[in-house]
Design a protein around this ligand. Sequence first.
Ligand SMILES: CCCCCCCC/C=C\CCCC(=O)SCCNC(=O)CCNC(=O)[C@H](O)C(C)(C)COP(=O)(O)OP(=O)(O)OC[C@H]1O[C@@H](n2cnc3c(N)ncnc32)[C@H](O)[C@@H]1OP(=O)(O)O
Ligand SMILES: Cc1cc2nc3c(=O)[nH]c(=O)nc-3n(C[C@H](O)[C@H](O)[C@H](O)COP(=O)(O)OP(=O)(O)OC[C@H]3O[C@@H](n4cnc5c(N)ncnc54)[C@H](O)[C@@H]3O)c2cc1C
Length: 664
Amino acid sequence: MEGVDHLADERNKAEFNVDDMKIIWAGSRHAFDVSNRISRFVATDPVFEKSNRALMTRKELFKNTLKKSVYAWKIIKELRLSDEEGIKLRIFMDQPGFLDLHWGMFVPAIKGQGTEEQQQKWLSLANKMQIIGCYAQTELGHGSNVQGLETTATFDPKTDQFIMHSPTQTSSKWWPGGLGKVSTHAVVYARLITNGKDHGVHGFIVQLRSLDDHSPLPGITIGDIGMKFGNGAYNSMDNGFLMFNQFRIPRDQMLMRLSKVTREGKYIASDVPRQLVYGTMVSVRQTIVSKASDALARAVCIATRYSAVRRQFGSENGGIETQVIDYKTQQNRLFPLLASAYAFRFVGEWLKWLYTDVTQRLEASDFVTLPEAHACTAGLKSMTTSATSDGIEECRKLCGGHGYLWCSGLPELFAVYVPACTYEGDNVVLQLQVARFLMKTVSQLGSGKAPAGTTAYMGRAQHLLQCRSGVQKAEDWLNPSMVLEAFESRALRMAITCAKNLSKFENQEQGFSELLADLVEAAIAHCQLIVVSKFIAKIEGEIEGKGVKKQLKNLCYIYALHLLHKHLGDFLSTNSVTPEQASLASHQLRSLYSQVRPNAVALVDAFDYTDHYLGSVLGRYDGNVYPKLFEEALKDPLNDSVVPDGYHEYIRPLIKQNFPSAKL
Ligand SMILES: CCCCCCCC/C=C\CCCC(=O)SCCNC(=O)CCNC(=O)[C@H](O)C(C)(C)COP(=O)(O)OP(=O)(O)OC[C@H]1O[C@@H](n2cnc3c(N)ncnc32)[C@H](O)[C@@H]1OP(=O)(O)O
Ligand SMILES: Cc1cc2nc3c(=O)[nH]c(=O)nc-3n(C[C@H](O)[C@H](O)[C@H](O)COP(=O)(O)OP(=O)(O)OC[C@H]3O[C@@H](n4cnc5c(N)ncnc54)[C@H](O)[C@@H]3O)c2cc1C
């Protein structure tokens, strides 16, 4: 029934103030106001309609993305939206496109690696979108191994230019978003060569296309790499390839904040760490963590509302059937994902703080926290995107058969989201960076250098290696220090076991290669500890709103205890908990699920997503699922006619067995 809230009973059960939780989720009242206003603006503007995109051809989808992107930019300019509002507009537009890479990577790369002069020149053009840029690092042959890139930028002192060249097929740039059809410029990563010497990978601003007719400049071959996973989905983006044939750019287009090439061709490295050339990736990895909470929250919102609407079995004497959300199995799969969405939100907030802090320190030439910032952004990007991709797929299954329908919103969400496990660093490769950082930290224990930040717990190694968990009853698992100690001792013991096993090898690199799988496990344990500890810090801080803190506490312990359950092998093999304590944790989890159950729908309402953004018949705010599923089905082009195209050609001859005679 139109206009009826089918989830009203669920909403009435809530034991907390949803409006207060909305502020906590958004981060502040101001952030909530911006999100709320912009999401509703996008939802009501017909240009941002997106329900039809799965049926578009690639060309139509691409053109539709151009239309939306340019319209979004027009709105940003005409309404003089702030940066924050502009970012929200792009998020709620919900269609990957060139704007993401222009604002998300091209502009930050110039800001981070360009001199002030270069910033003045290029950012004034980029900020007005008089040039459109992308981030061209990955090549056909190398993505993870950035030091293995093959594109060269050779300095020619005669002309004061760099010659950009792709010496092999594998050196073709391959994947950059926005490159294929739109970008006029790129920050290109290439090996810098001066006087015959290779100085490794550096960034260069390169014009790719004419600003008059958009044709590729002579010496440049460029195009789109082709269809990707799923219908619609990430195919709105023109990921591209690019080859240079002795293409020349002026010397001042090398990004020279970190190192320089003089007019004479002398290479001058500054005294800052060379890894700052990877700075744009660190900044984007940080934003990807917050985006993980957003994507997971969308899937969980759909699965939770639908689980409350959907009924199966359990009817007695023809009475009403059981809501599937009341099955403990459904709760055991769904509520940890709900808790994870909140957990990633809070760790994302903390990571933003860490990133801002390291950026300020770098500006003051303090590089001490750079390794920790790299390890945290890499590890948390990896952990949260893997969990989110798996979580979206789990939400699809939680919605049964209807979850597989395009109009559930879940297939497209998965298809758009899953490459996050690969882009901005393959998730395994990134965890190995964390593992290196942990092994270094362990090797320095006892050297007088106390571990700090997220590895501070390693400074209590003596205690954490010997302690036995004090949990004696199920309620002890609601004690933050007992939960933290279990996670700390597990993470530390796994790291120390890896370090001990490494020390058995004469050659450390060979040992590292042999132990890769264990090292990744240790890195994940460390990252999970970070997320748990930041969630605990959140619930121990000041939280306003009726009943809000209680709900967050429940979610925090669900998050921690479900991880304990999932990785029980780690906890038991490191003696961080006993089998009896593990079973008390399962008992406590069941009790927490019962407490979350009446609040579940309200907890997803707190995400404040519009039906437009969710894009899901199953996740509709009003829960009016069945009539809308019919409406969607009837919109399918196959239903335009009752008798389908092809009937006379194929079906009728088959039924009548009236084929033209076959020839062999
Ligand atoms: C709302 C706006 C949002 C915008 C978001 C837009 C999203 C758009 C969607 C998609 C865009 C996708 C874009 C891309 O994918 S761009 C390409 C990304 N590519 C990668 O991520 C490559 C991954 N590889 C690497 O990062 C590195 O090569 C490496 C795996 C880290 C290894 O590097 P390298 O071989 O040089 O390093 P070593 O292992 O030898 O380590 C040397 C030391 O350096 C330290 N290190 C490495 N990286 C960093 C860093 N980034 N910062 C600081 N330090 C770093 C490393 O730990 C070693 O330290 P040590 O002390 O041990 O010597
Ligand atoms: C949708 C999308 C958008 C992208 N956008 C951009 C962009 O805008 N700009 C850009 O420059 N790039 C972009 N990329 C490229 C992306 O950054 C790379 O694909 C990514 O960094 C992974 O590198 P790769 O493809 O070389 O994977 P590979 O490194 O070839 O990985 C293949 C397998 O090998 C494993 N592996 C690799 N190295 C190791 C190791 N040392 N130890 C153990 N296992 C290892 C990996 O775990 C993985 O299982 C994009 C990619 C995608 C999918």
